[in-house]
Design a protein around this ligand. Structure first.
Ligand code: PBG
Length: 335
């Protein structure tokens, strides 16, 4: 290979550092490792069953015994934590979502089983009422269908306490009610769960990219043509995300989240720069579905596209990423 050029151009040649792998490695600013990954999982009732989720090829809903097996392999891969999402049987759903704080509920049993089998793996639970309401909204509604804030917060506190009592390491309120972080934090202090962490879905947008998740947990049918515009954020807004994060940190959140991922990296950067708090991003079901569809059609390179999407989220300022690609990414990040 020739090391000669015409010499007509600048002395600063940025390509010089890109020439060899060793110098590319030396100046690499961002890394992705298993430590940065959280694996979201869908849990169903029953034994030894796995169900495919049609709009999320490669993702399965699993029974608790299968979940435990998965948990063991996640720990082996070096993934620090999983996030649990229960699929509530229709007969357990109601207007007031009481099943959400049933100490023998699916989520609570799943937490206990995973913590017993793999105590070193962090378990994160979802605090929101949508899997438990007959209408698929994240809260308790009035006659007009409006989601009532304060009554919902009282229900979320019961749900969060039941998760903490079951042994959840982290509760993650994804409901977007006002004041829920403070209320949950206060109840944890009073009830002896001082070290149970709160990962607040602070800047959660009313996004079209949650569709496949709603299929996976079975809330899509309940929600029908309904939307979540009166509590999830308008995708047009950015300053409002900073106000949400500020409040959640003030109310006692340990970690904050921006959701979805790739379309919202500007928000991630602003949040990280402004607060310097542990910042997480949810690469959501619709992002998974888009990438997977293109990969399965042979239109995108699997490893390249997935790792670039995750690295980009890290570069924007995320400490960790909830992603359905966590297992592959953990493996690939080892080289
Ligand atoms: C429920 C919840 C949702 C997601 C996580 N928790 C859906 C929603 O708000 O409608 C979405 C996750 C994904 O799309 O992967 N509160």
């Amino acid at each position: 290979m020739s090391d000669r050029e015409t010499g007509e151009f600048p002395r600063t040649r940025l390509r010089r550092m890109r020439f060899d792998d060793f110098s590319r490695r030396l100046m690499r600013e961002t890394t992705l490792s298993a430590d940065n990954l959280i694996y979201p999982m869908f849990v169903i009732e029953g034994r030894s069953q796995r169900q495919a989720v049609p709009s999320m090829p490669g993702v399965e809903r699993v029974t608790i015994d299968e979940l435990v097996r998965e948990a063991e392999s996640l720990a082996k891969l070096g993934i620090p934590a999983l996030a649990l999402f229960p699929v509530t049987p229709t007969e357990a759903k109601s207007l007031d979502a009481e099943e959400a704080w049933n100490p023998e509920g699916l989520a609570q049993r799943a937490v206990r089983a995973v913590k017993k089998a793999v105590p070193e793996l962090g378990v994160i639970t979802d605090v929101a009422l949508d899997p438990f309401t007959t209408h698929g909204q994240d809260g308790i509604i009035d006659d007009s269908g409006y989601v009532l804030n304060d009554i919902t917060v009282a229900a979320l506190v019961k749900q969060a306490l039941s998760h903490a009592a079951a042994g959840a390491d982290v509760v993650a309120p994804s409901d977007m009610m006002d004041g829920r972080i403070g209320a949950i934090r206060e109840s944890f202090e009073l009830e002896g769960h001082v070290n149970t962490r709160i990962l607040a879905y602070s800047a959660k947008y009313a996004s079209s990219f949650y569709g496949p998740f709603r299929d996976a947990v079975g809330s899509a049918g309940s929600l029908g043509k309904g939307n979540k515009y009166s509590y999830q954020m308008d995708p047009a807004n950015s300053d409002e995300a900073l106000r949400e994060v500020a409040l959640d940190l003030q109310e006692g959140a340990d970690m904050i989240m921006v959701k979805p991922g790739l379309p919202y990296l500007d928000i991630v950067r602003r949040v990280k720069d402004t607060f310097g708090a542990p910042t997480f991003v949810y690469q959501v079901s619709g992002e998974y579905a888009m990438l997977t569809a293109a990969i399965r059609n042979g239109w995108l390179d699997e490893r390249g596209a997935i790792m670039e999407s995750l690295l980009s989220i890290r570069r924007a300022g995320a400490d960790g990423i909830l992603t359905y690609f966590a297992k592959q990414a953990a493996q690939w990040s080892k080289g």
